[in-house]
Design a binder for this molecule. Structure first.
Ligand code: SF4
Ligand code: SF4
Length: 475
């Protein structure tokens, strides 16, 4: 650049992208994934699951008031947060695994931003037409037709945004009841404000910002490079086959030129508006739509498919040297991906194991330290304990409390004579327990005597125990 040249501006206005309709195996796969993921998201809060009379019957529910998470037959309590942490670790490892094997496949197929953007573009295409019609409309002046089409599109986008925000709040309370409250304007203000925020962000991100979120806002494209290597499959253009590109106007052109006829089909279908023929780019979400578009062109001009394809860097080097690319399974099954799979499976198995061995009764025992013991009028020594019992069942349960020890100790419960305490359904009860050693006994005169406190669910036949100590008067 000479000293008289004007430097390029730091900011340039967004060039709108008008992706063209395309069909092919990757587009079909994306439709299926979109249908399944949106179906799961919108319908899950409406699935019922009978847990008995005192528990919510919503299959998936984040019960903030009850401080629990329900997932079909599984109930996660706050002290079991390690299950959520484990699931997040699995999600992270799964993302590492897929990125290392298949590049930005998460971005291209399952990321909510991609899925909702696809949905918004689909509705836009229904209303305003395919790429050329949308470009014409964008350039046209604001007449009655343009306003009509734009307002129709925006209203449908708002409805999608509203359904998306609405579905989110249904995960946090009973969906049918909340739906009734919302339509009768008797819902909680937080529900309305959450729906409003999510409606606006869904429409802004999916309808207006679209690829800008992936290119400028999302940190994942910057991080994922650390998980990719020369064996990772990404979308690439076989330039050694396609170049020199050009229109095949005469029969001899086919011999002079490469297979790329410069039809721009791959660029016109790209949801982020890039030209994959310029090489791999940060903006590419590896959605495969340019592969579908180019395969269609290749078929029509009688050339082999795969001018644009999922390909690893090592294949590119091999193909340029005239060798055959390695089979896909060799790229997918390699030490790095196997390590991620092993770690993912280990965490998963650990969670399943923890789920099956977790006790039905939760019990904590806290000795009262102030004072550590009291001497009663008959000379016996008494210790006090706060026993916290959690009943995870949907009905009130009687719990019998007892102790086992190598020495003589007596147990009493505050407020009951028969060592049985009733714990209400799905609640935690604090029961004060007194343990007494007779005057002059071994435990009364020893410094610390270990013993085991037992809790038995008299209806469920479950038992749990906690080891603690009895403090004597050892002067
Ligand atoms: S679709 Fe294929 S032939 Fe057409 S411009 Fe793209 S790479 Fe070239
Ligand atoms: S270049 Fe191809 S794979 Fe990459 S985002 Fe565009 S259409 Fe998808």
């Amino acid at each position: 650049m000479s000293s008289t040249d004007t430097p390029p501006p730091l900011y340039s206005a967004r060039e709108p992208v008008f992706p063209r309709r395309v069909s092919g195996k990757f587009r079909t796969l994306k439709w299926w994934i979109m249908g399944v993921t949106l179906g799961i998201y919108y319908l899950t809060p409406w699935i019922r699951w009978d847990r008995g009379p005192n528990l919510p019957d919503q299959a998936v529910l984040v019960d903030l008031a009850g401080r629990r998470f329900f997932f079909f037959w599984i109930e996660i309590w706050p002290h079991e947060f390690y299950f959520i942490a484990g699931l997040l670790i699995m999600a992270g490892l799964g993302l590492f695994l897929f990125t290392s094997a298949l590049g930005r496949v998460w971005c291209g197929y399952t990321c909510p931003q991609t899925v909702w953007t696809d949905l918004f573009i689909l509705t836009e295409r229904w209303i305003e037409g395919d790429r050329n019609a949308r470009v014409r409309l964008w350039k046209a002046r604001w007449d009655f037709r343009k306003w009509r089409l734009r307002i129709t599109k925006w209203v449908i986008w708002l409805v999608i945004g509203l359904a998306t925000g609405g579905a989110w709040v249904f995960y946090f309370t009973d969906a049918p009841q909340l739906a009734r409250d919302l339509v009768t304007f008797s819902g909680h203000p937080i529900a309305y404000s959450t729906i409003a925020v999510l409606t606006i962000t869904t429409v802004l991100f999916g309808g207006f910002a679209r690829e800008q979120v992936c290119i400028y806002m999302c940190p994942w494209p910057r991080i994922q490079a650390a998980m990719m290597d020369e064996d990772t499959l990404t979308v690439a253009y076989r330039s050694w086959r396609g170049e020199p590109r050009g229109k095949h106007r005469k029969a001899e052109d086919a011999e002079k030129l490469g297979d790329c006829i410069d039809c721009m089909a791959c660029v016109n279908v790209c949801p982020v508006g890039i030209d994959i023929r310029e090489g791999q780019q940060l903006a590419c979400i590896t959605c495969g739509l340019c592969i579908d578009a180019c395969d269609d062109v290749m078929e029509r001009i009688g050339k082999p498919r795969g001018l644009i394809d999922y390909m690893a860097l090592t294949d590119e080097t091999a193909e340029r040297a005239g060798s055959k690319p390695r089979p896909i399974w060799e790229h997918v099954l390699r030490p790095r991906t196997m390590l991620y799979t092993a770690l993912w499976s280990l965490v998963g198995l650990g969670l399943v194991f923890a789920l099956f061995i977790r006790p039905e009764i939760d019990l904590t025992v806290a000795p009262v330290r102030n004072p550590t013991f009291v001497t009663l009028s008959d000379g016996s020594i008494r210790n006090t304990y706060d026993v916290r019992l959690r009943n995870k069942n949907g009905e009130e349960r009687p719990f019998h409390i007892s102790l086992t020890s190598d020495t003589l100790l007596r147990i009493d419960l505050e407020g009951t004579d028969n060592l049985v305490t009733l714990v209400p359904a799905d609640e935690t009860l604090l029961q004060r327990v007194y343990v007494t050693a007779p005057a002059g006994s071994e435990a009364a005169t020893a410094d610390r005597t270990p013993f085991r406190l037992w809790v038995e669910d008299l209806e469920g036949n479950e038992r749990a125990h906690n080891d603690t100590v009895f403090n004597g008067n050892a002067q």
